[in-house]
Design a protein around this ligand. Structure first.
Ligand code: HEM
Ligand code: HEM
Length: 463
């Protein structure tokens, strides 16, 4: 009855499909949240659609459901491909799929009815935390056993990033979610903000960033059909990330009374992050330099390269906003929300989508139904996100400078209302992009031309 769970690459495909579905769900909740910031009375008196509930559903569904799930699906394909072996256990990967998606589903199903721990990025209730930890532990076992039985000796950098993201998550997630206190999932008092931001930072930093970087390192050399510019540099970038990104979560709470040494470490190493980021961007740019037309001419390559461009912008902005003086203007307002979107959608989301479109034919054995729709998705999301970012950054600067000058919050609200309306409008483009993506995925699986075994072998061989 469950024979499909043994089919090679079936779990990878399931993760890719689920990622595309969660993208639509997350975008719908994002749209409703954006509308509520413009018209609070919209859908009023519907308890499961109040801002305080739909916002965390949006955020968690996007991070774990869309980018996290889709990038995991990509890795479940490229890790065995790069190691020239099969995934150790397909049924085990399906179990991870089940536990992971149960956690993601507990967002819309649970938060809507106030089943939440109410700590940003750590909202899932205890039982959902356990489900996510189980998914991760099973994945780690599966990946390590795949590495053990590999026939390719060299561990390409994507393998390092993919495995490391789950090893970090297995350690960081339970600590930050205080799983030994099931009833609250929290520490008492101020210390809780340090615990909370440990994962609040490491979710983008040590789960999404390594997953996206690993996928980009896989896709770009395949599209350019050239070897990676430098393996040594790629591994140096990985170890710099380990040395710096693991302990800078304090930059989220610089405006609160956490210990000064923690603030100093986080600010200094936030700035030093320029090193690993430059390594990734330069290494991929050098790889694609001679074959720019191939990358930008391929809709999937365009998404991945676009993701790298957003990564560069995010990581120029990031160290700057880690400076305490600058943060007095940019903290506690829409500036940070702008940063969060170019980071999570621009960097993580673009690479997830690009890698998904590149890998989908390899796991499904079918040609993409419409490359034009992939290009359209790229165009819509790029327009929507650019507008989103400009609007939120400007609104943030208005709020920040007003508050810095002692103005009260409510008097600034009328001034930022046009920006909130523009943000909701630009969200429509992103939502449409997510719907078009799901439609194209569905048609690929239903009607995409079946690839001949020879074509498939040739495509796989490029790994
Ligand atoms: C349809 C498109 C989208 C709309 C309309 C939208 C809207 C929103 C809104 C209204 C918020 C709350 C902001 C606030 O509290 O002031 C938010 C937060 C957030 N969204 Fe989106 N969003 C969209 C797409 C995305 C995507 C695709 C991602 C990630 C892949 C994402 C990630 C986030 C994150 C991480 C936050 C928290 C930001 C923070 O606390 O600084 N959003 N979004
Ligand atoms: C060198 C790189 C980076 C640095 C130094 C950096 C720095 C920061 C700082 C200081 C904040 C807090 C701003 C505030 O609250 O005032 C922040 C917020 C955020 N960053 Fe970054 N960032 C970097 C890259 C990234 C990347 C690559 C991602 C995603 C993969 C990301 C995702 C986020 C998110 C989602 C938030 C919003 C958190 C919230 O809800 O308040 N950042 N970043």
């Amino acid at each position: 009855m469950f024979s499909f769970v043994k089919k090679p690459q079936s779990a990878a495909l399931a993760f890719l499909i689920a990622g595309a579905v969660w993208f639509v769900v997350g975008a719908l909740y994002g749209m409703v949240s954006a509308i509520h910031l413009v018209a609070p009375e919209f859908f009023s008196n519907i308890p499961f659609l109040v801002f305080g509930r739909e916002r965390p559903i949006h955020v968690n569904t996007m991070l774990y459901g869309f980018t996290g799930t889709m990038l995991t699906g990509c890795g479940l394909y490229y890790l065995p491909a790069l190691l020239r072996t099969r995934l150790y256990s397909e049924p085990l990967a399906w179990l991870s799929f089940l536990f992971w998606n149960l956690t993601v589903a507990s967002g819309p199903l649970g938060f809507s009815f106030a089943y939440t721990q109410g700590r940003e990025y750590n909202e899932y209730i205890w039982i959902a935390d356990i489900s996510l930890i189980l998914a991760v532990v099973l994945l780690i076992y599966n990946l390590i056993m795949t590495i053990v039985q590999r026939t390719e000796q060299q561990l390409y950098v994507s393998v390092w990033y993919f495995v490391a993201s789950f090893l970090w998550t297995a350690g960081n997630y339970p600590i930050s979610n205080v799983v030994w206190h099931p009833s609250t999932g929290a520490m008492p008092g101020l210390i809780d903000s340090i615990f909370l931001w440990f994962w609040g930072h490491n979710l983008p930093g040590l789960l999404i960033t390594p997953l996206a970087t690993g996928a980009a390192y896989f896709v770009i050399p395949r599209i350019t059909r050239t070897p990676l510019n430098s393996h040594t540099l790629s591994l140096a970038g990985f170890w710099f990330l380990v040395a710096l990104y693991t302990h800078i979560g304090g930059h989220h709470v610089l405006q609160s009374p956490i210990p000064n040494w923690l603030k100093t470490v986080s600010v200094v190493d936030s700035i030093a992050m320029v090193v690993p980021v430059s390594i990734v961007v330069l290494n991929l740019w050098m790889t694609a330099r001679q074959e720019g037309r191939r990358v930008w001419g391929d809709p999937a390559g365009r998404l991945v390269m676009g993701g790298i461009v957003w990564y560069l912008i995010t990581c120029i902005q990031g160290p700057l906003q880690s400076l305490p003086y600058l943060q007095r203007v940019t903290h506690f307002n829409n500036w940070t929300v702008g940063h969060a979107h170019i980071a999570m959608l621009g960097f993580g989301g673009y690479i997830a989508l690009g890698a998904m479109w590149h890998i989908l034919p390899l796991v499904s054995g079918r040609e993409i139904y419409s490359q034009r729709l992939v290009s359209l998705q790229f165009g819509l999301i790029t327009f929507g996100l650019t507008a989103f970012f400009l609007v939120l950054t400007t609104a943030g600067l208005i709020q920040g400078s007003a508050w810095n000058n002692g103005e009260t919050v409510y008097r600034v609200l009328p001034e930022i209302a046009p920006f909130m309306i523009s943000r909701a409008a630009s969200g429509i483009f992103i939502l449409t992009g997510s719907l078009i993506g799901l439609y194209n995925l569905y048609l690929t699986l239903r009607q995409g031309r079946e690839l001949q075994p020879v074509e498939l072998l040739r495509a796989e061989d490029a790994s």
